[in-house]
Design a protein around this ligand. Sequence first.
Ligand code: ADP
Ligand code: MG
Length: 567
Amino acid sequence: MPIKVLEPKVISQIAAGEVVERPASVVKELVENSLDSGATQISVEARGGGVSLIRVIDNGSGIPAEEAELAFGRYATSKITGLDDLESILSLGFRGEALASIAAVAEVELTTCAAGGPTGAYLALKGGEVASRGSRGRSPGTTVSVSNLFREVPARLKFLKSPATEASHIANIVSRYALAFPEVRFTLSLDGRVTLRTPGSGQLADSVADVYGLEVARNMLEVKAQVWDGGAGDSALTVSGMVGSPKIGRSSRDYLSIFVNRRWVRHRALAWAVEEAYHGLLMTGKHPVAVVNLALPPREVDANVHPTKTEVRFRDEPAVFGAVQRAVRRTLVELSPVPRISEVASRPSASPASRPPLWPPAASGGGVASPAPQASQTPALSLPVLRVVGQLLGSYIIAEGPGGLYLIDQHAAHERILFEQIKEKRSRREIEVQTLLEAAPFEVTPRQAEVLESHLEKLSEFGFAIEPFGERTFLVRSVPALLTGRDWLGAIREILDAGGGEGWEEKLAVSLACHSAVRAGQVLTDDEMREMVRKLEQVSLPHTCPHGRPTLIHLSLEQLEREFGRS
Ligand code: ADP
Ligand code: MG
């Protein structure tokens, strides 16, 4: 074929492919437009996974009637006039591509009324061309209805997932923006059913409760807005938001939202920075629930990396990375308090208001109902010096400290102590080994055999000398000294069942700690209890066991006096 320039319609359809990947992309662009227009109420409606219909209604500034048509032109925008403006603007849109792209691949109707305008404008587009226009009465704001998405782009249509999956992507987008803009009232209805409604109270906790449920909201800690590098004034970077206590770790990474100047972004390094801040607090394989807001001067960040604007680059990425990590870590360490007895006692067994989250579609991670931390509590970075009073039920150590009474779960506390010891000794290659008097054979399943074969060396670094002995049998020659006299076989099985892969060493350390720790029901001498408490005072994260359960609870002096009617 000879070279020729493509028809304008084909050009727009090709270009649209970059902006409108799936129905959720349309929702994203329309919601961003509504937010840019200063709306305080945004209602999103979708049918058939967004393919049949997407409608976004806002009460924002509206588009002046005489500009309505222009808004659908390619590269038509009211938000910038030149690239320089990107150094100072904070709007979510700026490329002037969204409405044109949507109109190129769907049928669109627009009704809009600018405040003070004589009357509202109506516009219908088909195949990117205006099909009808007129005026319509409307209160100030904009309604955009998009139907029959991708009808003329069968290739795209073919790549879409089931309506339910596409709907869940829409729910995801609306949820993220509901978290980013707690002051805006969002309503989402899917096939006529309202699935999300936020109050627009301005409180992030309210949005979190509506998106993730009450149980999660109760376990969120506020990241006190922290300003970094304020020296030059306008170069300041502020980190704020809410982070989930380690108790509500999730099995999926989808519960982390990062917003840069209120734009929802995907940023691997930043996501990693947040996860890093949870190091040693979350159980292996669990990921945090977190909403992290970054505010920085627009010239410090470039959102013009891709047409969908979900990627950003920072001028000084290490600084941003460090600030996020420190802010999150500090929040976790300072605000994660020792749970108090009253909270534990009054903890609801199952909250009636708790419901599966909208996103991800199948909630994979089981958060455990747990006592709510109180953000107002005094920092409990390390433990006070405690004096052992006695043992309760052979399972709990009763101790007295300056702040009142402490009940320590001996197994959980010992687990935490051993876990930190094991990791430290492992890094210094100082794990003590106990050679068995007689090598012990043990049988494994084919899957366990595979994990074992490929991890023999790692296991030996932790003190297990194991060698193949026949097809499904291995011989254990030595075990970590910690496990002497314990169920080391159970520990090995547990480790093998955890499979290999990412975080395996951490799981191994948790498993070793768990199998070596004193059990509940084991009577301890006074010396043993004192030793345990002294060691707990020294670990870096004394408040939780490596599985994320509390190691101790606190009954304060005030609480005692109140309960006994002394105050
Ligand atoms: P961009 O958002 O990048 O400017 P769009 O194609 O999304 O480009 O929108 C084009 C223009 O239409 C916007 O710049 C804005 O002036 C106007 N517009 C679109 N949606 C709305 C809305 N919901 N409320 C007010 N104005 C809007
Ligand atoms: Mg836009």
